[in-house]
Design a protein around this ligand. Structure first.
Ligand code: ADP
Ligand code: 5GP
Length: 211
């Protein structure tokens, strides 16, 4: 693991694009990632476990988290609240791990405003028709909720340009490798290596004086 601070990563995309699937592949394949588990007032889907997929909370409990400043950001999405607990993210970044927030766009943009060094990644399906098929194929939402999520996707397209990178989720493994490659390259950005540069500079100055 690197000695430097990890990168805060946001992965967004329309509902049904495959974000959840991609994130679980990244976590399985590589050990430099930590996934932030969000809090939500949405009801669990079959198979979802409290503390693993989400921290499922009542509206009152969620509001208490907001009041205590325990969330880095929060947003309302199709009738429910979703938010990122602060503690885990800060701890994992300090340990040098790249922390993934799988969050929607309002939250993503709030995070970027607060922490400009955040890397915003947007994942899209190869076509609109594929998106509808995936959303229906997942079989976890009613027809009505699917319609709402598809309308939300139309609104969301205007925000894509505020993201840093766009990756197409056609073949899953290709998409996972492309995302991982982008993140790896980010570690080499000059602005992310300021501490190392300063250390080297100090060493060089000392060496220069001693010759
Ligand atoms: P999201 O988290 O973006 O809402 P999911 O990860 O739940 O999306 O994926 C939606 C559905 O699409 C799931 O049934 C998943 O198995 C499927 N899926 C995800 N990625 C691919 C892909 N590259 N090719 C085919 N199906 C996919
Ligand atoms: P779902 O109900 O399908 O699990 O998630 C709905 C949307 O909420 C998705 O776009 C997901 O990325 C987003 N989301 C999940 N957790 C958070 C969070 O902590 N904050 C924000 N702003 N959005 C979130």
């Amino acid at each position: 693991m690197r000695m430097s601070r990890g990168i805060l990563l946001v992965i967004s995309g329309f509902a049904g694009t495959g974000k959840g699937t991609i994130v679980s592949e990244l976590l399985d394949k590589y050990d430099n990632y930590a996934l932030s588990v969000s809090a939500t007032t949405r009801k669990p889907r079959p198979g979802e476990v409290d503390g693993v997929h989400y921290f499922f909370r009542t509206v009152d409990e969620f509001q208490e988290m907001i009041a205590k400043d325990a969330l880095l950001e929060y947003a309302e999405y199709v009738g429910n609240f979703y938010g990122t607990p602060r503690g885990y993210v800060e701890q994992q970044l300090a340990l040098g791990r790249d922390v993934i927030l799988e969050i929607e766009m309002q939250g993503a943009l709030k995070i970027k405003e607060k922490f400009p060094e955040t890397l915003l990644l947007f994942v899209v399906p190869p076509s609109a028709e594929t998106l509808k098929e995936r959303l229906q194929g997942r079989g976890t939402e009613s027809k009505e909720v699917i319609e709402k999520r598809l309308s939300r996707a139309v609104e969301e397209t205007s925000y894509i340009r505020q993201y840093d990178y766009l990756v197409i989720n056609d073949d899953l493994q290709t998409c996972v490798e492309e995302l991982h490659g982008i993140i790896q390259s980010e570690h080499f950005r000059i602005s992310r290596n300021e501490t190392f540069i300063e250390k080297l500079e100090t060493q060089l100055r000392k060496l220069d004086k001693s010759v």
